[in-house]
Design a protein around this ligand. Structure first.
Ligand SMILES: *Cc1c(COP(=O)(O)O)cnc(C)c1O
Ligand code: SF4
Length: 332
Protein backbone atom coordinates (compact mmCIF):
# COMPACT_ATOMS: atom_id res chain seq x y z
CA UNK A 1 0.00 0.00 0.00
CA UNK A 2 1.27 3.47 -0.88
CA UNK A 3 1.48 5.86 2.01
CA UNK A 4 0.06 9.22 1.14
CA UNK A 5 2.33 11.98 2.47
CA UNK A 6 0.12 14.83 3.67
CA UNK A 7 1.04 18.32 2.52
CA UNK A 8 2.50 20.33 5.39
CA UNK A 9 -0.24 22.24 7.20
CA UNK A 10 1.19 25.58 6.10
CA UNK A 11 0.54 24.69 2.45
CA UNK A 12 -3.08 24.01 3.30
CA UNK A 13 -3.34 27.21 5.26
CA UNK A 14 -2.00 29.18 2.32
CA UNK A 15 -4.46 27.55 -0.02
CA UNK A 16 -7.34 28.71 2.16
CA UNK A 17 -6.04 32.22 2.86
CA UNK A 18 -8.50 35.08 2.39
CA UNK A 19 -8.03 36.67 -1.01
CA UNK A 20 -11.16 38.73 -1.35
CA UNK A 21 -12.20 42.07 0.16
CA UNK A 22 -15.81 41.00 0.77
CA UNK A 23 -14.71 37.84 2.52
CA UNK A 24 -12.50 39.91 4.81
CA UNK A 25 -15.45 42.23 5.59
CA UNK A 26 -17.76 39.29 6.29
CA UNK A 27 -15.34 37.42 8.50
CA UNK A 28 -14.71 40.44 10.71
CA UNK A 29 -18.24 41.87 10.64
CA UNK A 30 -17.00 45.19 9.28
CA UNK A 31 -19.31 48.10 8.39
CA UNK A 32 -20.79 47.99 4.90
CA UNK A 33 -19.53 51.43 3.89
CA UNK A 34 -16.01 50.01 3.69
CA UNK A 35 -16.94 47.48 1.02
CA UNK A 36 -16.96 49.54 -2.17
CA UNK A 37 -13.68 51.34 -1.41
CA UNK A 38 -12.10 48.04 -0.38
CA UNK A 39 -13.12 46.36 -3.63
CA UNK A 40 -11.77 49.30 -5.62
CA UNK A 41 -8.40 49.43 -3.82
CA UNK A 42 -8.07 45.64 -3.98
CA UNK A 43 -7.94 45.97 -7.78
CA UNK A 44 -4.62 47.83 -7.41
CA UNK A 45 -3.12 45.24 -5.05
CA UNK A 46 -5.16 42.14 -4.17
CA UNK A 47 -6.19 41.27 -0.63
CA UNK A 48 -4.36 38.43 1.03
CA UNK A 49 -4.55 37.44 4.71
CA UNK A 50 -3.91 34.11 6.43
CA UNK A 51 -6.39 32.60 8.87
CA UNK A 52 -3.77 32.66 11.58
CA UNK A 53 -3.26 36.41 11.20
CA UNK A 54 -7.01 37.04 10.97
CA UNK A 55 -7.50 35.14 14.24
CA UNK A 56 -5.34 37.74 16.01
CA UNK A 57 -7.60 40.63 14.92
CA UNK A 58 -10.51 42.08 16.91
CA UNK A 59 -13.88 41.66 15.22
CA UNK A 60 -16.02 44.62 14.15
CA UNK A 61 -13.17 47.08 14.56
CA UNK A 62 -11.91 48.85 11.44
CA UNK A 63 -9.11 50.38 13.54
CA UNK A 64 -7.60 47.07 14.62
CA UNK A 65 -3.84 47.48 14.10
CA UNK A 66 -3.47 44.16 12.29
CA UNK A 67 -6.47 44.75 10.07
CA UNK A 68 -5.18 48.20 9.11
CA UNK A 69 -2.11 46.56 7.60
CA UNK A 70 -4.19 44.49 5.18
CA UNK A 71 -7.47 46.37 4.65
CA UNK A 72 -7.72 48.10 1.25
CA UNK A 73 -8.91 51.70 1.63
CA UNK A 74 -9.97 54.49 -0.70
CA UNK A 75 -6.89 56.47 0.35
CA UNK A 76 -4.76 54.04 -1.69
CA UNK A 77 -6.21 55.34 -4.93
CA UNK A 78 -5.05 58.92 -4.24
CA UNK A 79 -2.09 60.25 -6.22
CA UNK A 80 0.22 62.07 -3.84
CA UNK A 81 3.27 63.99 -5.12
CA UNK A 82 6.53 62.42 -3.95
CA UNK A 83 5.06 58.90 -3.80
CA UNK A 84 6.25 56.70 -6.68
CA UNK A 85 6.24 53.07 -7.84
CA UNK A 86 10.00 52.46 -7.33
CA UNK A 87 10.46 54.38 -4.11
CA UNK A 88 13.72 52.76 -3.08
CA UNK A 89 15.58 52.51 -6.39
CA UNK A 90 15.48 48.71 -6.52
CA UNK A 91 15.43 48.66 -10.28
CA UNK A 92 18.76 50.53 -10.41
CA UNK A 93 20.43 48.20 -7.91
CA UNK A 94 19.91 45.03 -9.95
CA UNK A 95 23.18 43.15 -10.64
CA UNK A 96 21.49 40.21 -12.36
CA UNK A 97 17.84 39.13 -12.63
CA UNK A 98 16.58 38.91 -9.04
CA UNK A 99 19.88 39.99 -7.44
CA UNK A 100 20.16 43.46 -5.89
CA UNK A 101 23.17 45.08 -4.33
CA UNK A 102 23.10 48.45 -2.63
CA UNK A 103 25.57 47.94 0.20
CA UNK A 104 29.14 46.65 0.56
CA UNK A 105 29.66 43.00 1.34
CA UNK A 106 26.05 41.91 1.06
CA UNK A 107 23.62 41.25 -1.76
CA UNK A 108 19.93 40.50 -1.77
CA UNK A 109 18.26 37.75 -3.75
CA UNK A 110 14.57 37.97 -4.61
CA UNK A 111 13.89 34.30 -3.97
CA UNK A 112 10.23 34.56 -4.96
CA UNK A 113 7.66 37.27 -5.55
CA UNK A 114 5.04 35.52 -3.44
CA UNK A 115 3.93 36.47 0.08
CA UNK A 116 1.44 34.94 2.53
CA UNK A 117 -0.08 38.32 3.25
CA UNK A 118 -0.41 41.54 1.30
CA UNK A 119 0.64 44.51 3.40
CA UNK A 120 -0.95 47.62 1.99
CA UNK A 121 2.09 49.80 2.71
CA UNK A 122 4.56 47.46 1.03
CA UNK A 123 7.23 49.14 -1.08
CA UNK A 124 7.18 46.12 -3.33
CA UNK A 125 3.48 46.42 -4.20
CA UNK A 126 4.65 47.73 -7.58
CA UNK A 127 7.74 45.57 -8.06
CA UNK A 128 7.82 43.85 -11.46
CA UNK A 129 7.81 40.36 -9.96
CA UNK A 130 6.91 38.81 -13.28
CA UNK A 131 10.61 39.21 -14.17
CA UNK A 132 11.90 37.61 -10.98
CA UNK A 133 13.49 34.14 -11.21
CA UNK A 134 11.34 31.08 -10.61
CA UNK A 135 13.31 27.92 -11.44
CA UNK A 136 16.79 26.94 -10.24
CA UNK A 137 18.11 27.62 -13.75
CA UNK A 138 16.69 31.11 -13.67
CA UNK A 139 18.92 31.85 -10.67
CA UNK A 140 22.05 30.93 -12.58
CA UNK A 141 22.94 34.50 -13.70
CA UNK A 142 22.57 35.70 -10.09
CA UNK A 143 24.71 32.80 -8.83
CA UNK A 144 27.35 33.46 -11.50
CA UNK A 145 27.49 37.12 -10.41
CA UNK A 146 27.92 36.06 -6.78
CA UNK A 147 30.64 33.54 -7.68
CA UNK A 148 32.57 36.22 -9.54
CA UNK A 149 32.51 38.77 -6.70
CA UNK A 150 34.44 37.69 -3.63
CA UNK A 151 33.73 40.96 -1.83
CA UNK A 152 30.22 39.66 -1.12
CA UNK A 153 30.13 37.67 2.12
CA UNK A 154 26.47 37.76 3.03
CA UNK A 155 23.51 36.73 0.93
CA UNK A 156 20.09 37.95 1.95
CA UNK A 157 17.12 35.93 0.80
CA UNK A 158 14.19 38.25 0.37
CA UNK A 159 11.18 38.66 -1.85
CA UNK A 160 8.30 38.57 -1.62
CA UNK A 161 8.92 36.09 1.14
CA UNK A 162 11.67 33.48 0.72
CA UNK A 163 9.97 31.07 3.13
CA UNK A 164 7.15 30.77 0.59
CA UNK A 165 9.51 28.39 -1.22
CA UNK A 166 8.99 24.74 -0.38
CA UNK A 167 11.61 23.15 1.86
CA UNK A 168 12.95 21.30 -1.18
CA UNK A 169 13.36 24.48 -3.22
CA UNK A 170 14.86 26.36 -0.32
CA UNK A 171 17.32 23.56 0.43
CA UNK A 172 18.40 23.47 -3.24
CA UNK A 173 18.93 27.21 -3.31
CA UNK A 174 20.87 27.24 -0.04
CA UNK A 175 23.00 24.37 -1.32
CA UNK A 176 23.89 26.28 -4.51
CA UNK A 177 24.78 29.33 -2.43
CA UNK A 178 26.81 27.24 0.01
CA UNK A 179 29.01 26.14 -2.90
CA UNK A 180 30.24 29.73 -3.25
CA UNK A 181 33.21 29.77 -0.87
CA UNK A 182 33.34 33.49 -0.04
CA UNK A 183 29.73 33.56 1.18
CA UNK A 184 29.77 33.03 4.94
CA UNK A 185 26.44 34.37 6.13
CA UNK A 186 22.89 33.65 5.07
CA UNK A 187 20.24 36.12 6.09
CA UNK A 188 16.54 35.44 5.64
CA UNK A 189 14.13 38.36 5.51
CA UNK A 190 10.71 36.89 6.18
CA UNK A 191 7.30 37.77 7.55
CA UNK A 192 6.09 34.16 7.58
CA UNK A 193 6.88 33.40 11.25
CA UNK A 194 4.55 36.34 12.00
CA UNK A 195 1.73 35.80 9.50
CA UNK A 196 1.96 32.03 8.96
CA UNK A 197 3.66 30.62 12.07
CA UNK A 198 2.93 27.04 10.97
CA UNK A 199 5.72 27.59 8.37
CA UNK A 200 8.25 27.20 11.20
CA UNK A 201 8.30 23.41 11.07
CA UNK A 202 10.92 21.11 12.57
CA UNK A 203 11.99 20.30 9.01
CA UNK A 204 12.58 23.96 8.25
CA UNK A 205 14.57 24.45 11.44
CA UNK A 206 16.68 21.41 10.62
CA UNK A 207 17.30 22.72 7.11
CA UNK A 208 18.39 26.10 8.46
CA UNK A 209 20.74 24.83 11.14
CA UNK A 210 22.33 22.17 8.94
CA UNK A 211 23.84 24.41 6.26
CA UNK A 212 27.45 25.56 6.63
CA UNK A 213 26.26 29.17 6.84
CA UNK A 214 25.91 31.28 9.88
CA UNK A 215 22.19 31.98 9.53
CA UNK A 216 20.36 35.09 10.69
CA UNK A 217 16.62 35.51 10.58
CA UNK A 218 15.04 38.93 10.22
CA UNK A 219 11.28 38.87 10.80
CA UNK A 220 8.80 41.71 10.36
CA UNK A 221 6.23 42.52 13.04
CA UNK A 222 4.78 45.98 13.59
CA UNK A 223 2.54 45.53 16.62
CA UNK A 224 2.64 43.44 19.80
CA UNK A 225 -0.76 41.89 18.97
CA UNK A 226 0.94 40.15 16.04
CA UNK A 227 3.14 38.20 18.47
CA UNK A 228 0.28 36.44 20.25
CA UNK A 229 -0.37 32.69 20.26
CA UNK A 230 1.28 30.56 17.54
CA UNK A 231 3.49 33.39 16.44
CA UNK A 232 5.24 33.70 19.79
CA UNK A 233 5.72 29.93 19.86
CA UNK A 234 7.27 29.96 16.37
CA UNK A 235 9.64 32.80 17.25
CA UNK A 236 10.77 31.03 20.41
CA UNK A 237 11.49 27.91 18.37
CA UNK A 238 13.78 29.84 16.04
CA UNK A 239 15.60 31.35 18.98
CA UNK A 240 15.92 28.01 20.82
CA UNK A 241 17.51 26.54 17.70
CA UNK A 242 20.27 29.09 18.09
CA UNK A 243 19.24 31.19 15.09
CA UNK A 244 19.84 34.88 15.85
CA UNK A 245 16.46 36.47 15.18
CA UNK A 246 15.95 40.19 14.64
CA UNK A 247 12.83 42.21 13.92
CA UNK A 248 12.27 45.03 11.52
CA UNK A 249 9.16 47.13 11.78
CA UNK A 250 7.76 49.93 9.67
CA UNK A 251 6.46 53.06 11.39
CA UNK A 252 2.81 53.17 10.33
CA UNK A 253 0.15 55.74 11.09
CA UNK A 254 -2.78 54.18 12.91
CA UNK A 255 -0.82 50.97 13.59
CA UNK A 256 2.20 51.68 15.78
CA UNK A 257 2.71 55.45 15.91
CA UNK A 258 2.54 55.85 19.68
CA UNK A 259 5.27 55.36 22.28
CA UNK A 260 3.11 52.89 24.22
CA UNK A 261 2.56 50.70 21.14
CA UNK A 262 6.21 50.70 20.12
CA UNK A 263 7.46 50.08 23.66
CA UNK A 264 5.07 47.17 23.99
CA UNK A 265 6.22 45.69 20.67
CA UNK A 266 9.90 46.01 21.57
CA UNK A 267 9.49 44.56 25.06
CA UNK A 268 7.47 41.61 23.86
CA UNK A 269 10.00 40.89 21.12
CA UNK A 270 12.85 40.94 23.60
CA UNK A 271 10.91 38.68 25.95
CA UNK A 272 10.65 36.16 23.10
CA UNK A 273 14.39 36.47 22.43
CA UNK A 274 13.95 38.53 19.24
CA UNK A 275 16.02 41.71 19.04
CA UNK A 276 14.50 44.91 17.63
CA UNK A 277 16.73 45.84 14.66
CA UNK A 278 15.23 48.56 12.47
CA UNK A 279 12.23 50.83 12.66
CA UNK A 280 11.83 51.91 9.04
CA UNK A 281 10.48 55.21 7.93
CA UNK A 282 7.80 54.36 5.36
CA UNK A 283 9.09 54.13 1.81
CA UNK A 284 7.19 56.68 -0.26
CA UNK A 285 5.37 54.24 -2.49
CA UNK A 286 2.23 55.13 -4.45
CA UNK A 287 -0.89 54.12 -2.52
CA UNK A 288 0.71 54.15 0.95
CA UNK A 289 0.77 57.89 1.76
CA UNK A 290 -1.94 57.56 4.40
CA UNK A 291 0.43 55.40 6.48
CA UNK A 292 3.17 58.03 6.63
CA UNK A 293 4.28 59.41 9.99
CA UNK A 294 6.38 62.61 9.95
CA UNK A 295 10.05 62.04 10.74
CA UNK A 296 9.92 64.52 13.63
CA UNK A 297 7.25 62.41 15.26
CA UNK A 298 9.31 59.27 14.60
CA UNK A 299 12.35 60.84 16.25
CA UNK A 300 10.31 61.88 19.29
CA UNK A 301 8.95 58.32 19.57
CA UNK A 302 12.45 56.83 19.56
CA UNK A 303 13.59 59.34 22.16
CA UNK A 304 10.69 58.27 24.34
CA UNK A 305 11.63 54.59 23.83
CA UNK A 306 15.16 55.42 24.99
CA UNK A 307 13.74 56.86 28.19
CA UNK A 308 11.66 53.74 28.82
CA UNK A 309 13.63 50.74 27.58
CA UNK A 310 17.07 49.17 27.87
CA UNK A 311 19.38 50.27 25.05
CA UNK A 312 19.28 46.88 23.32
CA UNK A 313 15.49 47.05 23.03
CA UNK A 314 15.44 50.27 20.99
CA UNK A 315 15.56 49.76 17.21
CA UNK A 316 17.52 52.01 14.87
CA UNK A 317 15.19 54.45 13.17
CA UNK A 318 16.22 54.50 9.51
CA UNK A 319 15.16 55.58 6.07
CA UNK A 320 16.15 54.09 2.75
CA UNK A 321 17.73 56.67 0.45
CA UNK A 322 18.65 55.99 -3.13
CA UNK A 323 22.37 55.91 -3.77
CA UNK A 324 23.41 55.85 -0.08
CA UNK A 325 25.97 53.28 1.09
CA UNK A 326 23.83 52.21 4.06
CA UNK A 327 20.37 52.83 5.48
CA UNK A 328 20.20 56.41 6.70
CA UNK A 329 19.80 56.81 10.49
CA UNK A 330 17.18 59.41 11.34
CA UNK A 331 18.42 59.87 14.88
CA UNK A 332 22.03 59.73 16.06
C1 LIG B 1 17.97 46.86 3.39
C2 LIG B 1 18.84 46.18 2.42
C3 LIG B 1 19.91 45.41 2.85
C4 LIG B 1 20.21 45.16 4.30
O1 LIG B 1 20.77 46.25 4.93
P1 LIG B 1 21.36 46.04 6.40
O2 LIG B 1 21.63 47.42 6.87
O3 LIG B 1 22.56 45.18 6.26
O4 LIG B 1 20.30 45.35 7.18
C5 LIG B 1 20.73 44.84 1.91
N1 LIG B 1 20.50 44.99 0.59
C6 LIG B 1 19.49 45.73 0.14
C7 LIG B 1 19.31 45.86 -1.33
C8 LIG B 1 18.60 46.35 1.04
O5 LIG B 1 17.57 47.05 0.57
S1 SF4 C 1 7.15 41.75 1.04
FE1 SF4 C 1 6.78 41.80 3.27
S2 SF4 C 1 5.80 43.79 3.64
FE2 SF4 C 1 5.61 43.34 1.45
S3 SF4 C 1 3.62 42.34 1.21
FE3 SF4 C 1 5.17 40.73 1.44
S4 SF4 C 1 5.16 40.30 3.63
FE4 SF4 C 1 4.16 42.29 3.39
Amino acid sequence: MMLQVAAPSWHRELATAIRDADQLMDRLGLPDDLRIPARRAAKLFPVMVTESYLARMRRVDPDDPLLRQVLPLDAETARIPGFTTDAVGDQQAELAPGLLQKYAGRALLIATGACAIHCRYCFRRHFPYGDAPRTLDDWEPALATLRADDTIHEIILSGGDPLMLTDRRLADLIQLLAEIPHLTRLRIHTRLPIVLPSRVTDELLELLVSSRFSTIMVVHANHACELAGDCGVALKKLVRHGIPTLNQAVLLRGVNDTADTLADLCEQLVDLGVMPYYLHQLDRVTGAAHFEVAEDIGRALIQELRRRLPGYAVPQYVREEQGESHKTPLLS
